[in-house]
Unconditional design. Structure first.
Length: 134
């Protein structure tokens, strides 16, 4: 099967799923009364050229431990950028993406609400050296 056929099949599958979801949504129960509804926070948005892309809701991506695929799930992070992030681990804070020159401040402003930094004991030893808690 060549790439053209594969792309067509994936495209048709995406259309079928979108149609199925729209039918399921239309048949869903009505929303609860306004006094019971909880306000939803706005999803993260990324400006790409003249388009604004809304990121899907989900968990934060841990830049110290995420796989390349998990990093690429953040809008705007490419395969190459994911590789640079992985090569410069561990990070003491997500702001080190800028201070180490991996991404620009502008791009950091777009993704900072989608990423986080979590530490393991081994990460702390690398970051803090002899000052790490035992």
């Amino acid at each position: 099967m060549n790439r053209s056929n594969t792309r067509k099949i994936v495209g048709y599958g995406s259309v079928a799923v979108a149609m199925w979801l729209s039918v399921a949504w239309a048949q869903a129960q009505p929303a609860p009364p306004a006094e019971q509804a909880q306000p939803m926070p706005p999803p993260a948005q990324v400006q790409r050229g003249h388009r604004t892309i809304t990121a899907p809701k989900g968990d934060l991506v841990d830049i110290n431990h995420a796989s390349r695929t998990e990093l690429k799930s953040v809008p705007g992070i490419t395969t190459a950028l994911a590789g640079r992030i992985m090569a410069n681990r561990p990070f003491g804070s997500k702001a080190q993406l800028v201070s180490r020159g991996i991404i620009s401040e502008e791009f950091y402003g777009r993704i900072k609400n989608r990423v986080t930094v979590r530490f393991t004991k081994k990460d702390l030893e690398k970051i803090l050296g002899d000052k790490a808690p035992k």
